[in-house]
Design a protein around this ligand. Sequence first.
Ligand SMILES: C[S@@+](CC[C@H](N)C(=O)[O-])C[C@H]1O[C@@H](n2cnc3c(N)ncnc32)[C@H](O)[C@@H]1O
Length: 214
Amino acid sequence: MKRNTFYSRFFAYAYDAVMRKADQKELAGRRKALISRLSGSILKVGVGTGANFSFYGQDAQVLGIEPSGPMLKRAKEKLPQKGSITLYQAGIEDPELDKLIPHASLDAVVCTLVLCTIPSLEAALDRFHRWLNPQELLIVLEHIRSKKETNGKLQDFIAPAWKAIGEGCHLNRRTDTVIKNNGFETVKEDYFKQLVQWYQGIFIKSDNLQTHQL
Ligand SMILES: C[S@@+](CC[C@H](N)C(=O)[O-])C[C@H]1O[C@@H](n2cnc3c(N)ncnc32)[C@H](O)[C@@H]1O
């Protein structure tokens, strides 16, 4: 699904300013730590304005998909002079991606601040499972529903309004649990708090954990 509405233009315009503080305080460091060691064929889901671009190493060949035209426009402006990042306008659910990405061809799938927004997390995980090489990694940095029930319930209450303002973002998605229940094993994970509950995880397809060396 491609998007180019008035609100998606506003969202893209405001995105970097809204995220600046959180990125400077915590998220940029985590993005860099998760991404900079990756090499080979990488899929970035929802590149947004290109917040991760500067962290990819020289050996990374990145396909960045993004359904929002205005986001993609800003991402293009941030493309680094060196390195290999190809941008493509599509959402993760778009069937045309199966023509672009062969089975077991990816060395990493990178999801930062996007699994909260895609329509079906389970369907996306199914595709990641198909596209990833057996030994390779799913990288995740996302806000999630708090494990503390009071905070979680507050997130549930705010979620509908948040979804309307945040272009479909689910404030209360249990992304960590859904990944673990859908064919992926945790290699490394970290829960941290910054206003809401955040989660960072490195996953491998189930059945490959024992043989993987980080
Ligand atoms: C909160 S922004 C995060 C942008 C970027 N990933 C980052 O780390 O800053 C979420 C992005 O996901 C994109 N998105 C929304 N639905 C999507 C989908 N179905 N498939 C892929 N990306 C999607 C949005 O257009 C937006 O650019």
